[in-house]
Design a protein around this ligand. Structure first.
Ligand code: ADP
Length: 257
């Protein structure tokens, strides 16, 4: 038995992955107000669901914004390192990772071993993040999970990326009778343009992987492909990349013992 866990306590959702050799189990939950409680509860529930006794768990690695509050973990590792590790496992031979989560967006350049060469991270404001999309969806009367499934329309330019101003702009356009779907298309395009400029600043790109909760939005995905003129791969478990990377690092720690 070489049971290890990776826990990614994000601003919006907490993700956990259990690895036992090549066998894996996972769970995603809202983080709520206490990162520590979210991390503790998700691990206990995942152990219960997968049928492993707690005392067989050999290593735990924590990541995400709430990682330091998980004092029961063996190690806290940055999101950049864990996302790179997880994404490289999900899509081998990638060179660029785009991760858009609840409150940050990052672009990570990796080598052929999935090691981080360089990165850009925006965690200073909600512009262009999952939170931004949640607020805009709210203003337009949608659920955030609906946004990527709306019929495509010619995008309307949204000139503000600051969440507060963008929300006012969207409400103003709504009052003028502008189509909601065209506004959503405009929001997706604005996010894709912002992220694509970060990708270009990091140099050449060819094999791009998109992770984080916003990767579930097909509209943002499509706009990124258009902006970058490349295929952008979205792994099925895109939201779990950080937790998976943490679990793989926990396996490394166990091997070193
Ligand atoms: P964090 O790690 O910061 O908690 P996540 O990577 O879990 O963030 O992403 C959370 C974001 O993902 C939410 O803010 C939301 O915008 C987006 N999201 C979550 N589920 C979906 C879905 N089914 N469809 C589209 N977007 C989603």
């Amino acid at each position: 038995m070489s049971l290890v866990a990776g826990i990614d306590v994000g601003s919006t959702s907490t993700k956990a992955v259990l690895l036992n050799g090549s066998e894996n189990h996972h769970l995603i939950r809202p983080t709520g107000w206490s990162p520590r409680d979210a991390g503790t509860a998700i691990l206990e529930d995942l152990l219960k669901i997968s049928g492993f006794p707690k005392d067989q768990l050999k290593k735990i690695v924590a990541t995400g914004y709430g990682r330091v509050s998980l004092t029961f973990s063996d190690k806290a590792v940055t999101e950049i390192t864990c996302h790179a590790r997880g994404a490289a496992y999900l899509v081998p031979e990638l060179d660029t990772i785009i991760d858009i989560g609840g409150q940050d967006s990052k672009v990570i350049k990796v080598n052929s071993f999935g090691q981080v060469l360089d990165f850009f991270m925006n965690d200073k404001c909600a512009a262009g993040t999952g939170r931004f999309l949640q607020i805009m969806a709210n203003a337009l009367g949608f659920d955030v999970s609906d946004l990527g499934n709306l019929p495509p329309e010619e995008p309307v330019t949204i000139s503000n990326m600051c969440t507060v101003f963008a929300e006012s702009e969207v409400i103003g356009l709504l009052a003028q009778g502008v189509s909601k779907n065209a506004m959503v298309a405009g929001l997706h395009q604005a996010i894709a343009r912002r992220i694509s400029s970060m990708v270009r600043k990091l140099g050449n790109y060819d094999r791009i992987v998109f992770t984080g909760g916003v990767a579930l939005n097909r509209g943002v995905h499509q706009c990124l492909e258009n902006e970058l003129s490349k295929n952008v791969y979205v792994p099925e478990k895109c939201q779990l990349a950080g937790a998976l990377g943490a679990a793989l690092i926990a396996q490394d720690l166990l091997r070193k013992d």
